[in-house]
Design a protein around this ligand. Structure first.
Ligand SMILES: Nc1nc2c(ncn2[C@@H]2O[C@H](COP(=O)(O)OP(=O)(O)O)[C@@H](O)[C@H]2O)c(=O)[nH]1
Ligand SMILES: [Mg+2]
Length: 438
């Protein structure tokens, strides 16, 4: 029998209400003990009861029971809504542990939901990512996946692959020679092609899905004193970075999370890049260069007196001429955005330019996006085996056994993708990222 687990589902600290969740076979028994109630709580009927600890009535709380399998985890679950005081929630949790319960591990409720078939692995991943969503658009994507958007799509692919496989296997059974009529070949090829298109689309969606979950990194770079920090402050509308006319003011990377057109963005103000003997500034420059490498977009700031820093081979770069109030931009480069961070001119054009650079990430709401590396690896390999099965049709004579093998492998990749088959390592990885109480 599984342990009955307990933990606080809400953040610790003082608040109006705290929620403690108990899940497992003993959830109802433990709740009875906790409230001195003679009978079990009823399913989905919130009940107000007092809690006594060491003969002291410490709180009056609301118990809500969810009977198995109609609960989040698929087990008996009781939620206790107590007043939001850490001393109260701690003593409730300690009481449950003294009855024989155990503290839940991070993600253990969702893991149990997965193991009890309430969610597939994709949906379980969406739960974790929904909680961590950095923008409302990102949350919308995860909710879509949580409701089974991708699962439905992939199951369609699976049933088509199963059709192809069973057609092939039927042929093996009935004909002595491995021979398919043209009509059958075309039917199978057509089904495989549509699976290939669907999985290619999913594969490509990772760029967008990843951007929505992880966010985009935009670094502002340039020589010292060109106005990088002033510009960043104006773009985020807060005075976050210290600005001054002393070169080398910014040494640590100054990181701000924001959103642009619904896409989470991490904006990074960096140390000015130049030759310096100052040890601390040197370290700052080293970190800047590392950050630049990991960036999705670079805003390269320069002025009349300081040329842009040359970052070789970086495609998504926006060149910004700053301090146009002192001297207008006289260059000929059409792509240069001329601004004055100090006087706040040209900033709208710059924002527009950034939005255009990330516009390829815009999605329509019908689009399903895969979001984790695990999902991507499974889809890549699924797509590859479908393509390989198609390629084998061009071999003469057609090696039907090999085609069937490729299709079977593709189906096994789908099962890996949805978590129908999985390993302990994968589960450990997926759920270790969760918070306790989910
Ligand atoms: N005239 C003028 N001065 C600016 C402008 N932007 C920044 N500065 C000044 O340039 C100096 C360096 O700015 P700062 O933002 O610290 O540059 P950073 O070293 O690139 O981060 C400060 O004195 C700013 O006030 C601008 O658009 N026009
Ligand atoms: Mg600075």
């Amino acid at each position: 029998m599984e342990d009955t687990i307990v933990s606080q589902a809400t953040p610790t600290g003082f608040s109006a209400i705290s929620l403690i969740r108990i899940s497992g076979d003993k959830a109802l028994t433990f709740s009875r003990k906790l409230s001195n109630k003679k009978t079990n709580l009823k399913h989905l009927k919130p009940t107000k009861l007092a809690i006594h600890v060491n003969n002291k009535k410490i709180d009056e709380v609301v118990f809500t029971a969810f009977y198995a399998p109609k609960s989040y985890t698929g087990e008996d679950v009781v939620e206790v809504s107590c007043h939001g005081n850490p001393n109260i929630s701690e003593s409730i949790i300690n009481e449950i542990i003294s009855f024989g319960g155990r503290l839940a591990h991070p993600g253990e409720y969702t893991k149990r939901a997965f193991l009890n078939g309430k969610l597939d692995l994709l949906q379980a991943e969406s739960v974790g990512l929904l909680i961590k969503s950095k923008s409302i658009d990102a949350a919308e994507r995860q909710t879509k996946n949580l409701l089974g958007g991708i699962t439905k799509k992939i199951n369609k692919v699976k049933s088509r692959l199963l059709f192809c496989l069973s057609t092939l296997e039927f042929e093996f059974d009935v004909s002595e020679e491995e021979y398919l009529t043209n009509e059958t070949v075309e039917k199978i090829k057509k089904a495989l092609k549509s699976c290939e298109t669907e999985t290619s689309r999913l594969k490509e969606s990772f760029i967008k899905g990843h951007a929505y979950t992880k966010g985009l990194k935009i670094s502002v770079i340039g020589k010292p004193n060109v106005g990088k920090s002033t510009l960043v402050n104006k773009l985020i509308n807060i005075n976050k970075s210290i600005t001054s006319d002393i070169p080398g003011t910014t040494r640590d990377l100054i990181i701000t999370e924001t959103t642009l057109d619904g896409i989470p963005v991490t904006l990074i103000d960096t140390a000015g890049i130049h030759n310096t003997k100052d040890k601390i500034e040197k370290e700052g420059i080293k970190r800047s260069l590392r950050e630049i490498k990991n960036s999705d977009i670079i805003i390269s700031v320069f002025t009349n007196t300081d040329q842009p820093v040359d970052i070789k081979g970086f495609k998504k770069q926006i060149l910004v001429y700053n301090k146009e109030d002192l001297q207008p931009y006289k260059g000929t480069k059409k792509t240069v955005v001329s601004v004055s961070a100090k006087k706040e001119s040209g900033l709208d054009a710059l924002k527009q330019n950034i939005k255009e650079k990330i516009s390829f990430l815009k999605t329509n709401t019908n689009e399903s996006l895969i979001t984790t590396i695990r999902q991507k690896e499974a889809v890549d390999s699924l797509n590859l085996h479908i393509t390989q099965s198609l390629n084998h049709f061009t071999n003469k004579p057609m090696a039907l056994e090999i085609i069937a093998f490729e299709i079977r492998t593709a189906i096994s990749k789908i099962d890996l993708f949805t978590g129908k088959t999985t390993t302990n390592d994968i589960l450990k990885k997926v759920f270790s990222d969760f918070c306790v109480g989910k």
